[in-house]
Design a binder for this molecule. Sequence first.
Ligand SMILES: CC[C@H](C(=O)O)C(=O)SCCNC(=O)CCNC(=O)[C@H](O)C(C)(C)COP(=O)(O)OP(=O)(O)OC[C@H]1O[C@@H](n2cnc3c(N)ncnc32)[C@H](O)[C@@H]1OP(=O)(O)O
Ligand SMILES: [Co+2]
Length: 149
Amino acid sequence: MKLGRLNHVGVAVPDMQAAIAYYRDVMGATLITQPFDMPEQGVKVAFVNTPRQPGALGTDGGTQIELIEPLGETSPIAGFIAKNPAGGQHHLCYEVEDIEAAREWFTAQGKRILGPTRIGAHGTPIFFLHPKDMLGQLTEIMERSHEQH
Ligand SMILES: CC[C@H](C(=O)O)C(=O)SCCNC(=O)CCNC(=O)[C@H](O)C(C)(C)COP(=O)(O)OP(=O)(O)OC[C@H]1O[C@@H](n2cnc3c(N)ncnc32)[C@H](O)[C@@H]1OP(=O)(O)O
Ligand SMILES: [Co+2]
């Protein structure tokens, strides 16, 4: 498998609106999506587009900041926010051509895959790899969008 594009950096936040105001007012971001809920993933999500982005989700261009706020009692990031009340860098997401081939690759490497492959915030299949197997970094693998833009 070859290293793919860094699609986004996941940043866990305790307060989505405060985080959006920070990226807009402190960091000067101009392309921030409206937050949307992903109850099946236990998060509220918003994307901060870095420059050279056409502005549509998942399109080619720069890397996004993916703001994630816990949603619901069983959010997988509740523990992270409990340990890091101010929030912080949560995961990195890399793109692959074929999610199933990537699953086989990491499994063969003895890396723990967290749960089933499911549809992520960009509408393509994703899975997560345990941070303890990935240099301490929670790692998301995402099949890149094959739509032509
Ligand atoms: C899917 C929508 C969207 C997208 O891009 O499409 C997203 O990315 S949503 C992102 C939120 N969803 C997930 O993160 C799913 C995968 N994550 C998990 O299953 C859990 O968060 C897990 C298992 C990584 C950690 O769960 P939890 O914190 O409840 O467990 P522990 O406290 O026992 O943690 C075990 C061990 O790992 C360390 N840890 C936890 N989170 C992270 C992290 N983000 N980065 C690095 N290390 C992490 C934690 O400190 C523990 O270490 P220890 O030394 O044992 O204390
Ligand atoms: Co993500």
